[in-house]
Write a protein that binds this ligand. Structure first.
Ligand code: CA
Ligand code: CA
Length: 393
């Protein structure tokens, strides 16, 4: 009984969350598989249709799932309804045809897969009003099903089965109004990231370069920048574009920008070669709150302090300052003196009403020494955190 309840709760959740459709060439269907549930997401930018007029016909014949944790396949049948103006008209006609018998079999039982009967039923429709558009299998991997299906512009009926080991465990049906394309790309709305041309393979002579590019989902305001697989920081995305400084090590650097939305994560990677002097010691600061100002500073063994007020002093150089969020800031030291260097972060931003976590990466001869982080509370304005002390011979 408990499993039955879980099933019906799952179906209820599917009803609530699940079926929205983006009816265009890149409309998504994503399937997220967890231990407890399987969620199908369809997005619709056009007309949203809601009723499920076939439920009464098919529901008694569909096997009841005990759990959906092992779903390994999503199978979809599409019936294009080009001549029908609306769901109600279709339903009235459909129900008058009394298709129950065609879905039934003489020896039906709860374990039998209703799908072959449904396929037979659908395939029987080849006319102008009902036309079988196809049966499509999407394999579920990594919690997501991707693939391409075909449908005709206009009203389409989708029968979606969640299957395990070739057997339908549960199913949903739904009408979708396909507006402008005959191919629906499932899972394709994860944002595409593209660096601007000319960046990949470029050679620069300064340790700070600017990377820029586009993100196809222009509703996003964040992406992630990953430098040499070590440093990872948020960057701002505005109207589908990004531009951010990046601190390079001597030699070839791998720069990745990744962006995520409800349909998944996609990324682009470039290499940039920095031909210049290797920093014997450097500290890089990034933080996680937009529109806030953190300040990196370093004090050398002589007590000289390098920060945005004194960006080049005592052999230390602030290569890049950032006053509006995320960083990076970087201080490089070439031929450092013997003794102790103090690396500190000052929370200079007085505006944020929430905490900000600062992360400092310390490199010695371009090898990562340590990563330190600290969360400044909203009340920590102008407070200083000593991230590290590095003693050099
Ligand atoms: Ca700053
Ligand atoms: Ca910034």
């Amino acid at each position: 009984m408990r499993n039955l309840r879980i099933f019906f709760v799952s179906i209820g959740l599917l009803s609530l969350f699940a079926l929205f459709w983006m009816s265009c060439g890149n409309g998504p269907l994503s399937v997220e598989k967890t231990d407890a549930s399987l969620r199908i997401v369809l997005r619709d930018t056009g007309t949203q249709l809601s009723n499920r007029c076939l439920s009464n016909l098919i529901a008694p014949k569909a096997p009841v799932a005990n759990n959906q944790a092992n779903i390994d396949e999503v199978r979809i049948m599409v019936l294009s309804l080009a001549q029908w103006q609306n769901e109600s008209e279709f339903c009235t006609a459909w129900e008058s045809m009394n298709e129950t018998a065609r879905l039934d079999t003489a020896n039906w039982d709860a374990t039998q897969d209703f799908w072959p009967n449904a396929v037979t039923l659908f395939q029987g429709y080849t006319g102008d009003k009902y036309r079988f558009a196809g049966e499509f299998d999407l394999e579920v991997g990594g919690g997501t099903a991707t693939g391409t299906i075909s449908a005709s512009p206009g009203l389409n009926y989708f029968l979606i089965a969640l299957r395990e080991g070739g057997v339908t465990q549960s199913w949903r049906d739904k009408f979708f109004d396909v507006v402008d394309d005959s191919t629906l790309c499932f899972g394709c709305d994860a944002p595409e990231v593209l660096f601007d041309t000319g960046i990949d393979g470029s050679v620069v002579t300064t340790t700070v370069d600017t990377i820029s590019g586009t993100v196809s989902d222009d509703t996003l305001t964040r992406a992630n920048l990953i430098v040499n697989g070590i440093l990872r920081q948020p960057i701002a995305v505005n109207n589908g574009t990004f531009s951010n400084p990046v601190v390079l090590s001597v030699g070839i650097n791998t720069i990745v920008v990744e962006a995520s939305n409800a349909d998944g994560t996609r990324s682009d990677a470039v290499t940039i070669e920095f031909q210049g002097e290797r920093a014997d010691l450097r500290a890089t600061l990034i933080w996680d709150t937009d529109s806030t100002d953190m300040d990196l500073e370093m004090e050398n063994p002589s007590g000289e302090v390098c920060n945005f007020l004194n960006p080049e002093t005592g052999g230390m150089k602030l290569d890049v300052d950032d006053a509006d969020g995320f960083g990076p800031e970087n201080i490089s030291v070439n031929q450092p003196a013997s003794g102790e260097y103090s690396v500190r972060v000052v929370n200079f931003s007085a505006s944020a009403g929430f905490g900000t976590t600062a992360t400092v990466y310390i490199f010695r001869n371009e090898t990562l020494l340590e990563i330190r982080n600290h969360t400044f509370s909203a009340a920590d304005v102008n407070n200083t955190w000593e991230a590290s002390r590095v003693t050099l011979p």
